[in-house]
Design a protein around this ligand. Structure first.
Ligand code: F6P
Length: 567
């Protein structure tokens, strides 16, 4: 495709557009009757199973989607990414987050350098440091062991590590490695979050890890200064060297903050914030909690999927299939949202993490060449673990709007529970729902079926389920550090596929800047107004709200001494 041509102008896109009506004629109930179709919509890799037979797609649709990959140059774009080219053109950067989990002997060149060497230098430093903390050979300023960690960061410097930590927390092997230790996160600049993060902790036994790619994010820096004050007010300023470390690409600002760069763990501008969980951003806090050996298994799981993504033909390539199906659902069938539904409480933070990975990456309005898109790109991602979601928003999914669903199930529970006399084990109960929901969505329930059940006539419209609602199912053998890594890499690479097909830049995020700069204008105004200056330069609405806020909180900062949270 010529760079000035939009993907929607290609014959392959138009062909898919005209194919939509054909597919819409066929209910999923009928599609599910075609055994050959269903069989070819199963694919397996390294213990993972993907079943996409409940997508509103025929084998012809898939064929046309594979043709679209040629039109979009998908293969070449994947290769360019893996070859370290500067595909993030608006920031002039390579996109190499996959190299964060590459084996030590891999060679991934960017700008004439093997980045894997740098990656492993930092991983070795993390291993060494986390072992010192965990073994007690590095202690706090008063000689006590540092058993609690607060990771301060937001967005990509928070969501990925939180997802992995939450998923590991209930795993037997991880429990064994984390005895007596706590890992907490502080993200929101809301002082309530500061209070919650330090509640019950003693600065003497706490290590604070400040995680920020840029080291300029306003929320993170204020939270970091607040925790620095929390430590220094009780242990003195010299204690900071023992109780605060940093993860950043900006080692100059780390030093200016007062953290010795020796205690900083680097990463690089070719790692996007939302793709940074496999860098020190995630690996340091997770290794402090669980030990590096376990975290390495997570990296290996992700690396296994990267290799699959790079080398497997598209017909059997899980991230490619997921990306193509999403493009089909969003751009052709017109379904703007997608629900991520893990039937696993341990994956409760997966959807919030993928929300950022997907929506910050692909929520774009122009092509990579800056041409406004005449079609919608990106998707609205949300989700909750099953079965909680069933008692919340599934009503809308079953009888309201059509929202394609990703069901994620786990064969072997991290916490097997079986009560004597019960019909099934607790995990079987959970999984009964995992297997039932996709069929309920696909098949629905007809008026005729309801009549046969003698449902009163006036209730039939209310009890009818149209069905024909697409979903896909992913089955993991178990939820371990390795499979958590696999899942992460599937979804990260899926997002890249979507962006490559839509021909957008999935690796910049200019859309977050405007709000940040307006907040800085408001911050200046609040500072001036607390000293008596009138509100100036805002529209009527904002001026009125600001005045109301200032009047009602005029006691703030009156006595200029430091106030720390009290919980
Ligand atoms: O929300 C915008 C953003 O830049 C994200 O892309 C990033 O993950 C987050 O802020 C945090 O940035 P940093 O790690 O630089 O503090």
């Amino acid at each position: 495709m010529a760079s000035s041509t939009l993907i929607c102008d290609t014959e392959q896109w138009k062909d898919l557009k005209s194919h939509v009506e054909d597919v819409k004629k066929t209910h999923l109930r009928e599609l599910m009757n075609d055994a050959n179709r269903c069989k070819s919509m199963f694919t397996e890799f390294d213990g993972l199973v993907l079943d996409y037979s409940r997508q509103s797609a025929t084998l012809e649709t898939m064929d046309k989607l594979f043709k679209l990959t040629h039109a979009s140059g998908l293969k070449q774009k994947i290769d360019r990414m893996f070859n370290g080219e500067h595909i993030n053109s608006t920031e002039g950067r390579a996109v190499l987050h996959f190299s964060l989990r590459a084996p030590r002997d891999a060679v991934i060149q960017a700008d004439g350098k093997n980045v894997v060497t740098d990656v492993w230098q930092v991983l070795d430093k993390i291993k060494d440091f986390s072992e010192k903390i965990r073994s007690g050979s590095w202690v706090g300023a008063t000689g006590k062991q540092l058993k609690d960690v607060i990771a301060v960061g937001i967005g990509g410097s928070f969501l990925g590590p939180l997802f992995v930590h939450t998923a590991l927390q209930t795993d037997q092997e991880a429990i064994g490695f984390s005895k007596g230790r706590q890992l907490r996160f502080l993200a929101n600049v809301d002082p309530v979050d500061v209070a919650k993060s330090i509640a019950g902790l003693n600065p003497e036994t706490t290590l604070v890890v400040v995680v920020s790619k840029t080291f300029t994010t306003a929320e993170t820096m204020l939270n970091a200064r607040t925790l620095r004050e929390w430590i220094s007010s009780s242990l003195g300023l010299d204690a900071i060297a023992k109780h605060m470390v940093a993860v950043s690409t900006n080692l100059k600002l780390v030093k200016e903050f007062g953290i010795d760069p020796i205690n900083a763990f680097a990463f690089w501008d070719w790692v996007g914030g939302r793709y940074s969980v496999c860098s020190a951003v995630g690996v340091l806090p997770l290794s402090l909690q669980y030990g590096f050996t376990l975290v390495e298994k997570f990296l290996k799981g992700a690396s296994s999927v990267d290799q699959h993504f790079q080398s497997t033909p598209f017909e059997k390539n899980i991230p490619v299939l997921l990306g193509l199906l999403s493009v089909w659902n969003v751009s052709f069938l017109g379904y703007p949202a997608r629900a991520i539904l893990p039937y696993s409480q341990a994956l409760e933070k997966f959807a919030p993490h993928i929300q950022q990975v997907s929506m910050e990456s692909n929520g774009k309005g122009v092509s990579i060449d800056g041409v406004p898109l005449p079609f919608e790109a990106g998707e609205i991602d949300f989700g909750e673990p099953g079965t909680n979601g069933q008692h919340s928003f599934y009503q809308l999914i079953h009888q309201g709007r059509v929202i394609p669903c990703d069901f994620i199930g786990v064969v072997k529970s991290q916490q097997p529970v079986y009560l004597q006399g019960e019909v099934v084990s607790n995990h079987d109960e959970l999984m009964s729902n995992f297997f039932a929901q996709p069929d309920a969505l696909a098949y629905g329930k007809t008026a005729q079926q309801l009549q046969q059940e003698n449902v009163p006539q006036h209730l039939i419209p209310h009890k009818t389920f149209s069905g024909n609602r697409p979903s896909l199912s992913i089955l993991l053998p178990s939820l371990t550090a390795y499979s958590i890594g696999q899942l992460l890499a599937i979804y990260e690479n899926r997002v890249a596929v979507q962006g490559f097909i839509w021909d957008i830049n999935s690796f910049d995020q200019w859309g977050v800047e405007l709000g940040k700069s307006l907040a800085s204008q408001v911050r200046k105004q609040l500072n001036a107004s607390r000293k008596g200056e009138p509100v100036n330069g805002f529209n009527f609405s904002t001026t009125t709200l600001l005045n109301r806020y200032l009047e009602a909180s005029s006691d703030v900062g009156k006595d200029s001494s430091t106030v720390l949270p009290n919980i």
